[in-house]
Design a protein around this ligand. Structure first.
Ligand code: HEC
Length: 155
């Protein structure tokens, strides 16, 4: 009688242990891919953003973001970009004109907006320009971009 109980208890313990191991495996396998997914998402945004930057922005701001003389302001190491995050998203779509200071230098040439850029494309370009040339702001999610773009002052 007593022995049987012991045997039953040890099977119970074994089963519980097995269950714990299985649960742990399920959890760890469902947690790691989500981290991996985040990484993949960032990489996708960044790569798309780089391509879009080359196509739409590098003519003026140059491939390496240095800008051009007194005409096109730099994006690399730009204090304007650090201080005006939301405006930067807006100016991609709506353009900007008037005097503007970047790193102590004054610029005053109108930048045409690109109204055909989607919220996602703007999020991708932002992810690129805010994570290259020494920047590391992290991903700018399309949901955040969408919210910011809805609040733009259209000129
Ligand atoms: C036709 C040339 C041209 C193109 C194309 C262009 N820009 Fe600009 N950009 C300018 C000019 C000129 C200014 C300065 C505007 C002013 O003086 O008011 C400017 C200003 C800026 C600024 C703010 C100042 C700074 O240097 O931090 C950012 C950020 C910026 N542009 C990003 C972009 C991005 C991103 C794209 C592509 C989606 C783009 N621009 C496409 C000409 C351009």
């Amino acid at each position: 009688m007593g022995n049987k109980r012991v045997a039953k208890n040890s099977t119970d313990i074994l089963c519980t242990a097995l269950l714990v191991v299985i649960l742990a495996l399920i959890f760890s396998s469902s947690c790691n891919p989500s981290k991996q997914e985040e990484k993949n998402k960032f990489t996708n945004y960044f790569r798309q953003g780089e391509q879009l930057y080359v196509n739409h922005c590098s003519n003026c701001h140059q491939i390496n973001g240095t800008g051009l003389g007194r005409v096109y302001p730099p994006l690399s190491q730009s204090d304007y970009m650090q201080e005006n995050f939301e405006s930067v998203l807006c100016l991609m779509r709506h353009g900007i004109e008037g005097e503007l200071m970047v790193n102590g230098k004054q610029y005053n040439q109108p930048m045409p907006g690109i109204p055909t850029l989607t919220d996602l494309e703007i999020a991708e370009i932002a992810t690129y320009i805010y994570n290259t040339w020494g920047n590391s702001r992290g991903i700018i999610d399309v949901k955040d971009a969408e919210r910011i773009l809805q609040g733009c002052n259209k000129q």
